[in-house]
Design a protein. Structure first.
Ligand code: GLU
Length: 261
């Protein structure tokens, strides 16, 4: 039995790619299979996918990120194209139609544009599509307000479509009370609703802040709290755990601000 009706799943770059930037196809295949199946079970599913820059770097054979803004933008254009090609191919195998939606901060900040984005997303869900959203990294520079990271973008998308669950698939199992990569005693927190306490686990030396990008995840949790949606941080290398997330079984760290409250 599903606990949620409309979910947003954010997939981080490190979940989708090998360290050299090439797509981790076995992982992507599994993620797409699970997402397609969850959609089949009746849950409206929206994906926020990172990876444009990582995949573009890999495809063009760059060993490191160039400094020049136009080069970064060009790299994202290449990577986004490759990313969507693979998503389209894999989801098509399960008879699902994907739709690419690329947003900038300006699309969200301006009420009228935000309304258009919202209407389009709802229309895509009506059509039975799986929207795959990313920041439009090819144009989103500082002059055009950028959202900056996909944890925040996925929380904003959850707000736009009234999602009841936001899942952040990451390279870490969830929120820990220390940095699990440095201190073996660090414990996974299964459920937490105190965001000040959650933030305190991410601060200072020896915390998960530098490695897990936990600060933006706490920011996303604040938005989830404001809109009354549950949020889960889970290990992206185990996509089958998404079933646990959607069916209400323990999975990673749950921020219970919606159905679980
Ligand atoms: N939009 C970026 C990309 O596709 C990812 C941003 C993020 O992971 O937070 O490369």
């Amino acid at each position: 039995m599903n606990k949620y009706n409309r979910i947003v799943v954010k997939i981080g770059s490190s979940t989708l790619t090998y360290p050299n930037g090439a797509l981790n196809l076995r992982r992507m295949d599994k993620i797409v299979e699970v997402l397609a199946d969850i959609k089949n079970s009746g849950v409206q599913t929206v994906v926020v996918s990172s990876g444009a820059q990582a995949v573009g770097l890999g495809k063009l054979g760059f060993k490191e990120k160039p400094k020049e803004i136009s080069a970064k933008q060009a790299i994202a254009a290449v990577g986004q194209c490759e990313l969507m090609y693979i998503y389209d191919k894999l989801f098509s195998e399960y008879n699902h139609t994907v739709a690419q939606v690329l947003l900038t901060g300006d699309d969200i900040a301006d009420g009228k544009r935000r309304g258009f984005v919202e209407n389009t997303l709802f229309k895509l869900l009506d059509f039975g599509c799986i929207p795959i959203i990313n920041e439009n990294d090819t144009v989103a520079v500082d002059e055009i307000v950028s959202i900056g990271d996909n944890d925040t973008l996925s929380a904003i998308v959850s707000q736009l479509i009234g999602a009841d669950l936001l899942v952040l698939m990451s390279d870490i199992e969830g929120l820990f009370d220390g940095n699990p990569r440095r201190s073996p005693d660090a414990k996974l927190i299964p459920v937490i609703d105190d965001l000040d306490l959650a933030a305190s686990y991410c601060q200072g030396a020896g915390s998960a802040l530098g490695t897990g990008g936990m600060d933006t995840k706490i920011g996303a949790a604040k938005i989830a709290r404001d809109i009354g949606a549950d949020m889960i941080i889970m290990d992206g290398s185990r996509p089958e755990k998404l079933y646990d997330a959607v069916e209400g079984r323990p999975c990673g760290t749950l921020f219970p601000f919606g159905n679980s409250r």
